[in-house]
Design a protein around this ligand. Structure first.
Ligand SMILES: CS(=O)(=O)c1ccc(C(=O)Nc2cccc(-c3cn4ccnc4c(Nc4ccc(C(=O)N5CCOCC5)cc4)n3)c2)cc1
Length: 285
């Protein structure tokens, strides 16, 4: 009998978890890059949707916990967040499928386009404002990023900038990355309370956001240059902060400095930051 005259059971489609993507619906394409977590490839989902597919090398993340969290992450939707479309978790390695951003990471984009970007304060400020919008959305949803930095933001067409990999750090198994004493821990983006007590909050994301602003206005320089992690920890605990980037207006550096207030409660929220930067943008451009 043809399907149309068979009654559709009410549970149709519900059993198949909507955050679960069927590998048959994914066509994998060129490699975009790789890291200790595995390989990232471009993909086409259901024939037409451009995606990035992170193929997580086994042993790099606590997969079951992540798959559980993926249900929540797929619900976080904002124009300045890289959308998680779903996961392929019925095979190993698991695939994390997100929207595709064609210009890659913000850090590489800044470094690749330094000559045209360095004098364009309006564009650099707009990139920072876009990130603050994505982060204000996460803050509103009590969602902490834990690894905000220019390397974890992505650039799409028309200079769209989106925050990626929010919350992913919780599932990384490599304790060189997760413990503040580890060689891969993002020390240069961490505030005193994270260095001393690993106390993450939206206000520790705000500190990291200040460092991201410094990365943007230096077009991708490494914060604190070649200083060793131990030297950076010592400076941060003594209240020594990053110097003002040359091509950065005083008003913009004033905002960065507020993000680097020693006490988390002295730092502005992303909601306030977003508004302050919009005001600075009006006066500067
Ligand atoms: C710290 S951790 O949790 O272990 C962790 C570590 C790494 C990652 C991660 O996703 N890394 C990672 C590595 C490579 C590519 C990605 C990556 C992730 N994406 C998500 C959405 N879009 C992308 C994308 N797009 C790219 C990347 C590169 C190019 C490119 O080849 N270009 C050259 C020509 O000019 C244009 C740009 C183009 C698009 N690249 C992500 C995520 C989490």
């Amino acid at each position: 009998s043809s399907p149309c005259d068979r009654p559709v059971p009410p549970t149709a489609g519900l059993s198949h978890d909507k955050w679960e993507i069927h590998p048959m619906e994914l066509m994998l394409m060129e490699e975009l890059g790789s890291g200790q977590f595995g390989v990232v490839r471009r993909g086409k989902w259901r024939g037409s949707i451009d995606t990035a597919v992170k193929m997580m090398k086994e042993g790099t993340m606590s997969e079951d916990d992540f798959i559980e969290e993926a249900k929540v992450m797929t619900k976080l939707q904002h124009p300045n967040l890289v959308q998680l479309y779903g996961v392929c978790s019925k095979h190993r390695p698991i695939y994390i499928v997100t929207e595709y951003m064609k210009h890659g990471s913000l850090l590489n984009y800044l470094r690749r386009h330094e000559t045209t970007l360095i004098g364009n304060m309006g564009l650099l400020l707009d990139m920072c404002i876009q990130v603050s919008k994505g982060m204000a959305y996460l803050e509103r949803h009590n969602y902490i990023h834990r690894d905000l930095a220019a390397r974890n933001c992505l650039v799409g067409s028309e200079n769209v900038v989106k925050v990626a990999d929010f919350g992913l750090a919780r599932y990384v198994l490599d304790d060189q990355y997760t413990s503040s004493g580890g060689t891969k821990f993002p020390i240069k983006w961490a505030p005193p309370e994270v260095l001393n007590y690993t106390r993450f909050s939206s206000k520790s994301d705000v500190w990291a956001y200040g460092v991201l602003m410094w990365e943007v206005f230096t077009c991708g320089k490494m914060p604190y240059g070649r200083l060793k992690n131990t030297e950076v920890v010592e400076r941060v605990q003594r209240g020594i902060i990053l110097e003002k980037p040359k091509s950065c207006a005083k008003e913009i550096y004033d905002v960065m400095k507020k993000c680097w207030s020693h006490g988390p409660e002295e730092r502005p929220s992303f909601r306030v930051l977003k508004e302050q930067l919009a005001l600075v943008a009006q006066t500067l451009t």
